[in-house]
Design a protein around this ligand. Structure first.
Ligand SMILES: Nc1ncnc2c1ncn2[C@@H]1O[C@H](COP(=O)(O)OP(=O)(O)OP(=O)(O)O)[C@@H](O)[C@H]1O
Ligand SMILES: [Mg+2]
Length: 418
């Protein structure tokens, strides 16, 4: 067996991050061998707004990551997020092909296809289909129906859709760079792969990725992704507020925000903060911590958490997430995040770091790279059946005991490939 190279590209609103990982065939280890982060250009709230600029920025990041890894990136998983994402849960039902025998993989593939038959406008495309629960002859709670006997097979699925235009723009960027797209992955889902534990997913939890320009949400109930959405506000708004409140440039405000989160916590009561070491162009060397935290940052965080709370209510899963919230994305490190979140949402809350990888990890174990690392973990779980354009089947078969039957399955799935 050979080691598997897996690559991920996260075209965010603040940064473009490229990561190259080596999935060890012997151990279960996923080792980072190449990584780069470049300031984003041509992207706003997860949408490509200037294709030329965005392509240049992605090219820059990919080239640097390739150089570090010593490998060319020919194909990659790509993150997509932002308010153009929406989700729904759909039900599929089929008659088992051989009612005297056992339910087989083909029945499972057919029932998933049935669930995918939703009316969708031409402006939307399905990017993910996740089976949440199988039902055999009325008995629910089945994770893997293969091998069971029954007459009627049903499935509850979670389907994520995205704007066709935005996907096309991202595809264009990749094809211009000669990179094959192995699949779009919702950034909220990718981040969840990187920071949530299986127990948290089983118990019920919401993952919140606070990026520069948007917040992606993923709710897990009974171990399965059950709600995905995105809010068009991000950590950049906090910098904006600081810029307006202190009358400084956006660049200076960004520096002050990061300095604050790195040097203070929500509890420390230093009256004045010395900003001299930031060497800002403006004539500002001191600022009151109270003004900054309570007067400027906290009200915006409160607004953010109110919006998150509304989304939880809207999802209908509010009573099924006892594990609470895991906050990740660059914005997660904002001062006062946990205190404000706990107060507004009233659920347990922690910050999520992408820790499930090894190798060149010093820089990468930072909430802003949760989506990026998650792309690799997602890829690892979905690459076992290496059918291009067919990533969903890796997941459908996730719980199946594949044993030595991978070859047979590959042949089986070949028939579905256009
Ligand atoms: N240590 C920190 N403290 C406070 N804020 C931080 C810190 N590090 C990063 N941020 C903020 O996080 C934001 C960027 O987050 P991230 O890198 O997750 O965004 P992105 O993935 O590029 O954007 P998006 O997901 O919205 O498209 C910026 O607003 C930045 O100021
Ligand atoms: Mg992001």
């Amino acid at each position: 067996m050979t080691d598997n190279l897996i690559c991920g590209i996260d075209i965010g609103s603040s940064k473009i991050a490229t990561v190259v990982g080596m999935d060890s065939a012997e151990t279960d280890e996923l080792k980072i061998i190449g990584f780069n982060t470049t300031v984003a250009r041509g992207v706003r709230r997860g949408l490509v707004v200037d294709i030329k600029e965005a392509t240049e920025a992605v090219e820059d990041s990919v080239e640097k990551a390739e150089r570090m890894a010593g490998h060319k990136i020919n194909k990659a998983f790509v993150a997509v997020g932002g308010p153009h994402i929406s989700s729904l849960n759909s039900h599929g039902i089929v008659a088992v092909s051989n009612p005297q025998g056992e339910i087989n993989e083909e029945d499972v593939a057919r029932v998933i296809e049935a669930a995918k038959a939703i009316s969708l406008s031409s402006t939307r495309r399905i990017i993910e289909v996740i089976p949440r629960d199988y039902i055999v002859d009325g008995q629910s709670g089945i994770k893997n129906p293969v091998g069971m006997s029954g007459v009627r097979l049903e499935v509850e699925t979670h389907i994520i859709t995205a704007s066709t235009t935005n996907l096309k723009n991202q595809e264009r960027i990749l094809s211009d760079l000669g990179i094959e797209n192995q699949g779009f992955v919702f950034s909220g889902l990718a981040s969840a792969e990187a920071v949530l534990t299986d127990t948290e997913k089983e118990l019920g939890i919401i993952l919140v990725d606070i990026g520069g320009g948007k917040i992606d949400l993923s709710i897990y109930v009974d171990g399965a992704l059950s709600y995905s959405s995105s809010i068009p506000i991000g950590a950049r708004h906090i910098s904006n507020d600081i810029a307006v409140g202190l009358r400084v440039s956006l660049d200076s405000a960004e520096k002050i925000k990061i300095f604050l989160s790195k040097n203070f916590d929500g509890k420390k009561k230093t009256p004045q903060i010395n900003l001299k070491e930031l060497d800002l162009p403006e004539d500002i060397t001191e600022v009151s911590l109270k003004t900054l935290v309570d007067g400027i940052v906290a009200p915006r965080l409160e607004e953010i958490f109110k919006l998150i709370f509304e989304e939880i209510e809207k999802s209908g899963f509010g009573q099924q997430i006892p594990s609470g919230l895991v906050i990740t994305g660059g914005g997660a490190l904002t001062i006062g995040m946990l205190e404000t979140g706990k107060r507004v949402v009233g659920l347990p809350i922690r910050i999520g770091f992408p820790e499930k990888v090894s190798g060149l990890v010093d820089e990468i174990i930072d909430p802003q790279y949760s989506t990026t690392v998650g792309l690799l973990l997602y890829g690892k779980n979905n690459i076992s059946i290496d059918k291009d354009n067919f990533k969903n089947f890796g997941k459908i078969l996730r719980d199946f005991k594949l044993g030595n039957s991978i070859g047979n399955l590959k042949n089986f799935f070949k028939q579905f490939i256009p």
